[in-house]
Design a protein around this ligand. Structure first.
Ligand code: URA
Ligand code: SF4
Length: 196
């Protein structure tokens, strides 16, 4: 990781006006975590709290995500980088439009290339469809590793889906157990999950 190149890249994205979401955003949410992480998590796009603070997953679903990560023994500072398909908030939390995703996804591809994570975790349908296959179903794909561009990709439910339907947490726990196992296999055999 070239730290100067990374810093320039952050500034470039923070000044971006390529799509209309730039007109209504308060802050660009570039992403956060360790730029040398082995695991990258990808969500959909910032919500209201994220837009206000410029940090991903800080609202209700972010708190749930942090609990899941803590159970896996993962922290944002050390093991993880968290990004989104679009970096600016879609008004009223609507789905990002195809042209917005098309404009923004180049940044995500560059983040993946620079961070170079071995494991990608796709949080929900929008991340799965935007990155891998526009027709893929999250209920069918979740829990199964996809080998993509020499990386291990695990689709799972978005934390906001767990808030709406708590029964999904059992499947989600299975998915994160697989992620911990893969991390131990590829990165650190000594890694200890706390409670998953
Ligand atoms: N939901 C997302 O998909 N991303 C965030 O950053 C916050 C909520
Ligand atoms: Fe630029 Fe992405 Fe924000 Fe659109 S959503 S203005 S492409 S950073």
């Amino acid at each position: 990781m070239d730290a100067l190149k990374w810093a320039d890249f952050i500034i470039e994205v923070q000044e971006c006006t390529k799509c209309k979401l730039s007109e209504t955003r308060k802050n660009v949410v570039f992403g956060m975590g360790n730029p040398n992480a082995s695991i990258m998590l990808i969500g959909e796009g910032p919500g209201q709290r994220e837009d206000e603070l410029g940090i991903p997953f800080v609202g209700k679903s972010g708190q749930l995500l942090d609990n899941i990560l803590a159970a896996c023994g993962f922290s944002r500072e050390e093991h993880i980088f968290i990004g989104n398909i679009v970096k600016c908030r879609p008004p009223n939390n609507r789905d990002p439009l195809p042209e917005e995703k098309d404009q923004c996804i180049e940044y995500l591809h560059r983040q993946i290339e620079m961070i170079n994570p071995q494991i990608l975790v796709l949080l929900g349908r929008v991340a799965l469809q935007s990155l891998i296959d526009p027709k893929a179903s999250i209920t069918k794909c979740r829990g199964n590793w996809i080998e993509w561009q020499d990386r291990w990709v695990m689709p799972t439910y978005h934390p906001s889906a767990l808030l709406r339907n708590p029964k999904l947490k059992y499947d989600t726990r299975d998915d994160f157990r697989k992620i911990v196992e893969k991390y131990k296999e590829l990165v650190d055999p000594e890694h200890e999950a706390v409670n998953i």
